[in-house]
Design a binder for this molecule. Structure first.
Ligand SMILES: NC(=O)C1=CN([C@@H]2O[C@H](COP(=O)(O)OP(=O)(O)OC[C@H]3O[C@@H](n4cnc5c(N)ncnc54)[C@H](OP(=O)(O)O)[C@@H]3O)[C@@H](O)[C@H]2O)C=CC1
Ligand SMILES: O=C(O)C1=N[C@H](C(=O)O)C[C@H](O)C1
Length: 249
């Protein structure tokens, strides 16, 4: 058995916080040293690593607080951060190790590589790309963090900046589709856990790459694997590609 570590859960009473709690409680090598929500201040010194699925504001505050005292390490799953909030997380990662991902599932992290590969090989002059996602009615941000990661994968494959090729949602008299742009669309309904599809369409054929999350515990298991990985890393901003060993040296 690996060495015991002390974990904290931020957003502990939320959907993901409860899923993380269940995964941690089932492990013999983890002591849950802190569980906290809005308005509660954890004793950071009790934890080797904190897993955070809360809100953009709460994630930034937590990262700043941990960075100010040189630890614990963090796993951040919150989505919907602004560019400024992204920059604050990056700054905190100069002082502590942080794994951040919009999706902790193995399947999505494989999908990212497939999407980048396809985007690199399918000529942007012939192939249009649309990214669609569906989630439960309580999700507050759109497009999802995963959809944006898939957009980044397309942009990397095409050697472009996502912000330069991202289109506003289709609505009204839009005119014809601009060559080389990526469209995003979102559905919010019922209890859908998380569906993502990247559609590549030419005049002659359509290729779809997609992922379905069947149970929310999927993300919790990935986040706990990230916590076990990051607690002994040096300061820096990491993602699931690092945790899974997919990053090329
Ligand atoms: N990366 C991934 O794989 C995944 C990411 N997510 C993302 O995780 C986030 C949370 O999702 P979900 O669990 O469904 O949302 P919930 O709304 O169910 O849970 C969020 C929790 O965070 C709490 N919270 C709010 N402010 C603070 C704070 N300052 N400190 C600590 N906790 C706080 C909330 O408390 P209160 O209710 O009192 O406000 C609530 O308990 C979202 O951004 C979602 O998109 C979700 C699934 C997977
Ligand atoms: O809010 C959710 O539930 C989810 N959020 C993440 C996202 O924004 O991509 C990951 C997952 O799809 C579930």
């Amino acid at each position: 058995m690996s060495a015991i570590f002390h974990a904290g859960i931020s957003g502990a009473r939320g959907r993901m916080g409860r899923a993380v709690s269940a995964v941690l409680d089932a492990r013999e090598d983890v002591v849950v040293a802190a569980r906290f929500d809005r308005g509660e201040s954890p004793d950071l010194s009790l934890c080797d690593v904190i897993i955070d699925f809360s809100t953009p504001e709460a994630s930034v505050e937590l990262a700043q607080a941990c960075a100010a005292v040189g630890g614990p390490a963090l796993v951040i799953g919150s989505t919907g951060l602004t560019e400024e909030q992204d920059a604050e997380i990056l700054k905190a990662a100069e002082k502590i190790a942080i794994v951040r991902s919009g999706n902790f599932s193995l399947g999505v992290n494989i999908l990212i590589g497939l999407v980048e590969h396809a985007a690199q090989r399918l000529d942007a002059r012939d192939w249009d790309i649309e990214i669609s996602e569906a989630h439960h009615r309580r999700k507050v941000d759109a497009p999802s963090g995963t959809a944006l990661m898939l957009g980044e994968a397309v942009a990397n494959g095409r050697a472009e900046d996502l912000e330069d090729i991202r289109m506003p949602p289709w609505d009204g008299i839009t005119g014809p589709r601009e060559t080389g742009k990526i469209g995003f669309s979102s559905t919010r309904a019922g209890g859908i856990i998380g569906e993502h599809t990247v559609l590549f369409a030419s005049d002659d054929e359509v290729l779809t790459l997609s992922h379905s999350a069947i149970d929310r515990s999927l993300f919790a298991k990935g986040a706990v694997a990230a916590a076990a990985w990051v607690r002994s890393r040096k300061p820096g901003l990491y993602d699931m590609q690092d945790v899974l060993g997919f990053r090329q040296a």
